[in-house]
Design a protein around this ligand. Structure first.
Ligand SMILES: CC(C)(COP(=O)(O)OP(=O)(O)OC[C@H]1O[C@@H](n2cnc3c(N)ncnc32)[C@H](O)[C@@H]1OP(=O)(O)O)[C@@H](O)C(=O)NCCC(=O)NCCS
Length: 189
């Protein structure tokens, strides 16, 4: 078990905690925006039934120990402004993948870098992860830049690795090792 239900990470401006059913209306606002979902592996949510279906899948994956879905709360307003997750955890190799989504109104405020700095710290130091990976559409400049600022190394391009929204695309594979992390945090903070 990587995370307990009480897992909670506090950063300067944000709280990161496991998703709850009450978060769905705020998450509908985030995920109903085509600009937000452009490079995500799901279509924009249309209504609460999409939110409920997503939540049901997330809960099944929690129970199976496959992935942990968190929300990012802006403490000043107590508003859920995004999500992050740890998934594809391989216990033997201690590898996991990260993903993240932020509501468009909050882009470029340094929020995801702040959230990911503490989330990665938690994954490496508390949750038993040794290597973190991220797969990103090369056209997703914001996500590529964020990962590079966090110290991830671009390890290659997986050609025609995705079919999303009817379109074939490559994906950049990024990796970050626990043993590199203290060096990386020194560099980015
Ligand atoms: C990717 C995403 C989470 C970035 O969140 P954010 O809070 O805006 O990012 P930050 O403000 O922390 O910025 C991190 C770095 O990326 C840079 N950046 C952010 N948006 C950028 C953009 N559109 N183009 C180029 N660089 C960008 C920032 O300047 C910053 O670099 P710096 O520290 O050198 O200035 C956000 O754009 C998002 O949610 N996108 C939609 C969902 C998505 O694509 N998720 C990732 C799927 S792989």
């Amino acid at each position: 078990m990587l995370f307990t239900n009480s897992a909670k990470i506090e950063t300067t401006r944000l709280t990161i905690r496991l998703v709850a059913h009450d978060d769905l209306p705020a998450l509908l606002e985030v995920n109903s925006n085509d600009n937000v979902t452009r490079h995500l592996p799901f279509d924009s949510w249309k209504d609460m039934s999409d939110a409920e279906a997503w939540y049901e899948r997330a809960m099944k994956r929690h129970e199976a120990g496959e992935s942990w879905q968190f929300v990012i709360v802006l403490r000043e307003t107590n508003r859920v402004i995004g999500t992050c997750l740890l998934f594809r955890f391989e216990e033997t190799s201690q590898i996991a993948e990260i993903g993240y989504v932020l509501g468009q109104a909050y882009w470029r405020g340094g929020y995801m870098r702040e959230a990911m700095t503490s989330f990665i710290d938690y994954a490496f130091n508390e949750a038993g992860v040794r290597r973190l990976e991220a797969e990103v559409d090369p056209r997703n400049a914001a996500s590529c830049k964020l990962l590079e600022r966090l110290g991830f190394v671009k390890e290659g391009v997986q050609r025609e690795n995705w079919v999303s929204k009817g379109e074939i695309s490559d994906s950049n594979l990024y990796g970050l090792l626990r043993k590199e992390w203290s060096v990386a945090t020194d560099a980015v903070l």
